[in-house]
Design a protein around this ligand. Structure first.
Ligand code: ATP
Ligand code: MG
Length: 319
């Protein structure tokens, strides 16, 4: 809308993947990458590719992994003016190998990399001052640098009439400190759009059961909930209206990483460009589905033309 770009804050990484399924990295194996990655970066890239105005606050190192990310985001139309280049620390990275059961082994270098080393700067100030929407990733809430920027940016964006979306994106097994729990609840309560998947719905609501959780969140005044349901598609809930469900597109899943972030990027971009919920939901499901057909966290993010072609060519899975 008229208020300015959609911004997000958090980790910018490269991902390097094992080409074989198996357990961990304890012997030499074939790897492929680097691929541009990081949940907020994937969101931003898809948001920009579909035609939304998008920018990310984060940091990379003064190295090729950093340049790969910045060049990629810029090429896809994102505003990279608030990506800091850390002179000392390398770009963050994640090595990943899928196990046979679909779970993953990781070796991360995030907390001790450039990815976690940024803060409020003149470039950030300038960007936030013109932002119309802030998208917060739950994964960023465990990074103090991101939290400092998010706390300040939420207030500024909301005060000037901008909107907020929140992807809880937390792992159930992780225990968060009281501060993080409180911030999580505040973000849920303030969100104009919530984008949970799986058990994040109940966690955000603080009650058990899908129906109860949705009722609770709507009665708290959250105007729109887009629930990501993986290979079962997605549903949107709004107060006083029937839920809208869209079946998933039937695709071979090559690499599930990034589906939720592409879904979010496309959904937020479409809604801010004036799409109906139904149209935004269709593009978002297409963006998530297309992304899982390609190896690499954001290699399947689609332009609007690519997603239109994908929608026209791809059948729906089940109900
Ligand atoms: P992530 O694993 O990135 O955290 P998520 O759990 O947040 O993802 P998902 O529900 O897995 O989100 O994926 C988002 C959307 O992408 C789904 O709602 C669906 O529309 C689409 N999608 C994901 N996986 C598949 C699949 N295997 N087949 C078809 N569509 C899919
Ligand atoms: Mg998710």
């Amino acid at each position: 809308d008229h208020l300015g770009p959609t911004i997000t804050v958090g980790e910018i990484l490269v991902e390097i993947m094992a080409t074989s399924v198996g357990e961990g990295f304890r012997q030499p194996i074939d790897l492929v990458g680097p691929f541009a990655s990081g949940a907020p970066a994937i969101f931003t890239d898809q948001c920009a590719r579909i035609g939304g105005s998008a920018a990310i606050v984060g940091a990379v190192g003064a190295d090729d992994f950093g340049r790969l990310n910045v060049d990629r985001l810029a090429r896809d139309g994102a505003d990279v003016s608030a990506i800091a280049v850390d002179p000392t620390y390398p770009t963050g990275s994640a090595f990943v190998r899928y196990r046979a059961d679909g779970t993953r082994d990781f070796v991360y270098n995030i907390a001790t990399s450039a990815a976690a080393r940024f803060g409020w700067s003149e470039a950030v100030e300038t960007l936030v001052a013109k932002a119309g929407h802030l998208h917060v990733m739950g994964s960023a809430l465990s990074m103090p640098s991101a939290v400092a920027v998010i706390d300040r940016a939420v207030r500024i964006v909301k005060e000037r009439g901008g909107s907020l979306s929140f992807d809880p994106n937390l792992r159930k097994e992780l225990k968060y400190d009281d501060d993080t729990e409180r911030r999580f609840s505040e973000l849920v309560a303030m969100a104009d759009l919530l984008l949970p998947s799986g058990e994040e719905l109940e966690r955000a609501a603080g009650v058990a059961g899908r129906e109860a959780a949705i009722d609770r969140l709507l009665s708290m005044g959250i105007p729109e909930i887009a629930l990501k349901e993986g290979a079962r598609g997605a549903s949107v809930f709004t107060p006083g209206a029937e839920p809208l469900h869209v079946a998933a597109f039937a695709v071979p899943e090559v690499d599930p990483t990034g589906a939720g972030d592409c879904f979010g990027g496309a959904y937020v971009a479409c809604r801010r460009l004036g799409s109906s919920i139904e149209e935004a939901l269709t593009y978002a499901c297409a963006a998530g589905a297309r992304n899982v057909t390609v190896r690499g966290p954001m290699e399947g993010a689609g332009t609007r033309a690519e997603l239109d072609a994908f929608i026209a060519a791809t059948g729906r899975a089940g109900p």
